[in-house]
Ligand binder design. Sequence first.
Ligand code: 5GP
Length: 207
Amino acid sequence: MTTHSQNVPNEPGPAGDSPARLTVLAGPTAVGKGTVAAEIRERFPDIWISVSATTRKPRPNEVHGVHYLFVSDAEFDRMIADGELLEWAVVHKAARYGTPKQPVLDKLAGGRPALLEIDLQGARQVRETMPEAQFVFLAPPSWDELVRRLVGRGTETQEERERRLETAVLELAAEKEFDVTIVNASVREAADQLVKLIRSPSISGKS
Ligand code: 5GP
């Protein structure tokens, strides 16, 4: 793990021993953000993970309300108009994704650490509106490994894969905008490192 601003504790701290903070996890397509988030959901249930709204269609095994809120374009328009989204973006020129704001604010107010797993455009928006959050970049061990993961996932068409790889080139260049980088070589270790950060009380210059 590379920390750009301070060292982090060695072990995940016990739940509830530090003030709740917002952590934003971003990184290139297919790096494994969703897999790391799923590992945290399973092993660290005290950490709340935001459920995004999206206009994309569910993949097999994806459950409404668990993986995403699958909504229509009209419903997404309404959420934007009513100011319900903390951030939103068109991702891979394909669909809209956004973070419902109120659940995030409620969890933080209730003292529960919150994690957003979102794309780079969304992370930049959150930095404008909630600069006190910490921003974590999940990086692949190498470019070749990133391509291998995207192809291996087998959920996208060839055209979609090419579009996502184009986006990934830009996303990798944004690493320096983040407070901390975690290299996702092992899902378990990446999740452990992220949990340490989520539970850490603060990083320099942030409360
Ligand atoms: P997928 O369609 O593979 O589940 O996700 C595609 C991309 O959308 C991923 O990079 C994921 O991080 C991003 N994403 C998921 N939820 C949100 C969200 O609420 N806001 C933004 N900006 N991006 C999101």
